[in-house]
Design a protein around this ligand. Structure first.
Ligand code: NDP
Length: 326
C-alpha cells in the first residue's frame, strides 16, 4: 500500500483526501516508479482546488510532474533502479500523476534523469522551469537581439517567471521583471533581474502601439499584460507566451505584427517532443547556478499540498514548491 493525494467528485462537488492505494489500482502503463519528489505548478493548483476544468475523470491523483526510481519496467528503455523524470502528457489531468508515493506511466513519456542534476533539483525546476527554458529557446530561435533592450518577464515571482529570470540572466540578457508583489523586488534582483516593473503598469487596456521598450518577452500572464507587452516590443522582437495567470483572453490588435514585425511564439510543454525536452533539460543543468536551487524553492509534505494549491491559485507562492514523497 502507498499514500496518494486523490481528487474525488461527489454530487458535482470536488474534494481531496490522502488515501492508501494498492499497486493494483494504478493505471495502465509499462513503467512503475517510486516517486521521490513532485512539485506544485499553477495547473496543479487549478486541478486540486477545482478552479479550472483540468481534471476530466475521477478519482484522480493530481501532480503534473515527478522524479523517481523505476521499480518495474516492461520497456527495453528503462530498467529497475533507473532514475526518471516525467512532465506533462496529461499526467495529473487524465492519467494518475505524481502526488503519490508510486506512479505507473508510459515509458515514452519519461526522460532519464539528466546528467549533473540531482532528483531534488529536477523538481525544483519541474514543469515550470522546463517551460521557462522552452520560452528562452523560442527567443533564441527567433534571434532576439540582446543589444536592443531588456527582456521582459511577467509573473516573475512565480515558478516559470523565477526560472526565466535566472536563465536569461545566466545567458547575459538584461531582465526586466514584472511583479504585482513589490516586496519580492530583492528576491528578483538576486535571481538576476536588473529592473523591476510594477504589474499595474501593464494592467490597463493596451494601445495598438506603445513606446518600444523590450527586445523580447516571456509572458506567463496573458490578458492585458500580454497585450501591453506586445505593443511595447521592439521592431523584430519576439514574445513567448506560455501562461494565463491573469487571463486567457488576449485583447490586442494586428499592429505590433504588421508594423513592427513582432513574433508571438506560443510555448507548450505538455506535448513537447522528447528530443526537445532532453535538450531543454541539458540546457537547464548547464545554465542554472547553484544558488538558484536555494533561493527559489521551498519543500513541503503531501499533507500540505491542498493548502499550497490554494496559495498558488491566489498568486501567493514565490518561486517553486517541491513535494517530498519518498
Ligand atoms: P505561479 O503561480 O508560480 O506563477 C504565476 C505568477 O503570475 C505569480 O507568482 C504572480 O507573480 C503572477 N500573477 C498571479 N496572478 C496574477 C494576475 N492576476 N495577473 C498578473 N500576474 C499574476 O505559476 P507557474 O509559474 O507555475 O505558471 C505560470 C503560468 O504559466 C500559468 O498560467 C500556467 O498555467 C502556465 N504554464 C504553462 C505551461 C505550458 O506548457 N504552456 C507550463 C507551465 C505553466 P507576481 O506576484 O510576481 O506578479
Amino acid at each position: 500500500m502507498f499514500n496518494a493525494l486523490v481528487i474525488l467528485q461527489e454530487n458535482e462537488q470536488q474534494r481531496v483526501a490522502i488515501e492508501q492505494l494498492s499497486e493494483e489500482q494504478l493505471p495502465e502503463g509499462d513503467v512503475t516508479v517510486q516517486v521521490s519528489y513532485s512539485s506544485i505548478n499553477y495547473k496543479d493548483g487549478l486541478a486540486i482546488t477545482g478552479t479550472g476544468k483540468i481534471v476530466r475523470s475521477f478519482p484522480m491523483v493530481p501532480g503534473i510532474d515527478f522524479v523517481g526510481t523505476v521499480l518495474e519496467s516492461d520497456s527495453a528503455d528503462y530498467q529497475p533502479g533507473d532514475q526518471v523524470i516525467l512532465t506533462g502528457w496529461g499526467v495529473g489531468e487524465r492519467h494518475w500523476g505524481g502526488l503519490a508515493e508510486k506512479a505507473r506511466v508510459k515509458s515514452k513519456w519519461l526522460v532519464p534523469l539528466p546528467a549533473n542534476l540531482t532528483p531534488e533539483q529536477t523538481m525544483i525546476i519541474g514543469t515550470a522551469g522546463l517551460t521557462a527554458m522552452l520560452c528562452v529557446m523560442a527567443l533564441e530561435h527567433n534571434q532576439v537581439d540582446k543589444s536592443i533592450g531588456d527582456i521582459l518577464v511577467t509573473g516573475a515571482s512565480g515558478g516559470v517567471g523565477s526560472t526565466a529570470v535566472a536563465l536569461l540572466s545566466a545567458l547575459g540578457y538584461s531582465v526586466a521583471a514584472v511583479t504585482g508583489r513589490p516586496e519580492n523586488a530583492d528576491y528578483l534582483t538576486k535571481l538576476g533581474a536588473s529592473q523591476i516593473v510594477d504589474r499595474s503598469e501593464l494592467a490597463e487596456r493596451a494601445k495598438p502601439l506603445d513606446q518600444q521598450r523590450w527586445a523580447g518577452v516571456i509572458d506567463t500572464a496573458g490578458g492585458n499584460i500580454l497585450a501591453n507587452a506586445l505593443s511595447q516590443t521592439h521592431y523584430n522582437g519576439t514574445v513567448a507566451a506560455c501562461g494565463l495567470a491573469a487571463d486567457y483572453k488576449l485583447p490586442t490588435s494586428v499592429m505590433p505584427f504588421i508594423l513592427r514585425n513582432v513574433t508571438l511564439a506560443g510555448v507548450d510543454s505538455v506535448m513537447c517532443p522528447t528530443a526537445k525536452r532532453q535538450e531543454a533539460w541539458r540546457r537547464l543543468a548547464e545554465l542554472l547556478p547553484a544558488e538558484f536551487y536555494q533561493q527559489a524553492s521551498e519543500q513541503i509534505s503531501l499533507a500540505q499540498v491542498p493548502q499550497w494549491a490554494d496559495k498558488i491559485v491566489a498568486g501567493k507562492v514565490t518561486g517553486r514548491t517541491l513535494v517530498k514523497l519518498n
